[in-house]
Design a protein around this ligand. Structure first.
Ligand SMILES: Cc1cc2nc3c(=O)[nH]c(=O)nc-3n(C[C@H](O)[C@H](O)[C@H](O)COP(=O)(O)O)c2cc1C
Length: 356
């Protein structure tokens, strides 16, 4: 039963680029037991695009792997779901939250999220095509004037959906506003199917608070990107790894990435690109404050690193990330005294404004 799998879990979110196979492996090694793919576009599968097929790949001992699919044609979505199942997916999920204009203009993601009846048809077709659970991932609505979560959850549940993930913001809010956990709790209370709450969790107590609203599980995207050890915190409580311990985790990611993408020039180039991308999130780690309070997901924390290495890991500029990526790839020691002077900051905020 999906309900049993989800109960109390911290779920790794679908993250375009971020929930790549080696990163999911790293998260599972650190304690994740439910993981989701990057968004896979059904139409691109139909077009036999190799890059899209690669996103369906599950690693050998991946415990519970959900594949998220974007599309708005019931027949095509059912076909894509069956394909994902045949390649080992333990769950298939429909993207109803992607805010990016490129997709919403095609009626996908958050645009499809405005059409509960159409979603019901898609869910019905997918349920008929696969044995694994079928889920949806929604936002609260298009904007504050068009909140349709009650209708969406009710209609999707009638169509047989097995669980609903709720990202507690509207499409218009993107990432600017705080996730509305009170509304997520309201949905959990009225929903006949398990609810996975999503938005802004960065520390274990925030996951616990999310579970406390009545959700079966909590999902994390940026929290897991910034702190992959958030999954370990679920059993071990708050952790504040040293800079060396953090580097060891990043090096482990490189080892897993090598297994996945290979060690030749092409593979190494690929890994470097992903590493630099991940470093844009890893650098955002800030520990619990001296007064016992916690940094929040939505504000940039100003804090004083406790060592030169920690200061290097906290740098947001491309020069630092390039240096770290090269050292990690070469399996060489990271020496803060050898790092280049700070350059321009990476524009991760701009990327984020467009994501998910
Ligand atoms: C870089 C990035 C890529 C994302 N890609 C997807 C995606 O492919 N599918 C999806 O449903 N949501 C996607 N999201 C949204 C997340 O799954 C999640 O709903 C959102 O980030 C809120 O959770 P958080 O506060 O833990 O980050 C993405 C988010 C980020 C930051």
């Amino acid at each position: 039963m999906l309900r049993d799998t989800l109960q109390g879990a911290l779920v790794l979110a679908p993250i375009t680029k971020g929930s790549n196979l080696p990163y999911r492996r790293l998260c599972q090694e650190l304690g994740a037991r439910v993981t989701m793919s990057e968004m896979v576009v059904a139409r691109r599968l139909r077009q036999k695009r190799r890059g899209e097929f690669a996103l369906l790949r599950r690693f050998d001992d991946e415990k519970h792997f959900a594949v998220q699919i974007a599309g708005n044609n019931a027949e095509e979505m059912a076909w894509a779901a069956a394909l994902a199942e045949s390649r080992g997916a333990n769950q298939v999920d429909v993207n109803l939250g992607c805010p990016i204009d490129f997709f919403t203009r095609k009626g996908l993601g958050a645009a499809l999220g405005r059409e509960p009846r159409r979603v019901a048809k898609i869910v019905t077709a997918m349920k008929a095509a696969v044995k694994v659970p079928v889920t949806i991932k929604i936002r609260l609505g298009w904007n504050d004037e068009h909140l349709n979560y009650r209708e969406m959850v009710t209609i999707a549940a009638e169509a047989g959906v097995d669980a609903v993930t709720v990202h507690g913001r509207t499409r218009a809010a993107r990432y600017t506003a705080q996730a509305q956990w009170d509304v997520i709790g309201e949905i959990a209370a009225m929903s006949p199917v398990p609810i996975v709450g999503n938005g802004d969790v960065l520390f274990k107590h925030e996951v616990d608070a999310g579970l406390g609203t009545g959700c079966a599980a909590v999902m994390t995207a940026r929290g897991a990107l910034i702190k992959p050890w958030l999954f370990s915190e679920m059993t071990q409580g708050d952790m504040d790894p040293t800079a060396d311990e953090r580097l060891a985790m990043y090096a482990r990611y490189v080892a897993l990435a090598r297994e996945h993408w290979g060690e030749d020039e092409r593979g190494t180039g690929r890994i470097r690109e992903f590493l630099v991308w991940h470093l844009g999130f890893w650098c955002r780690y800030a520990p619990r404050r001296a007064d016992g309070s916690y940094p929040g997901m939505q504000q940039r924390e100003t804090w004083t690193p406790r060592s030169p290495l920690e200061a290097l890991l906290a740098r947001t500029d491309a020069a630092a990330h390039g240096y770290l990526a090269d050292r990690l790839l070469a399996r060489e020691t990271v020496d803060p005294t050898q790092a280049p002077p700070p350059g321009d900051a990476q524009a991760m905020d701009d990327d984020l404004a467009e994501a998910g």
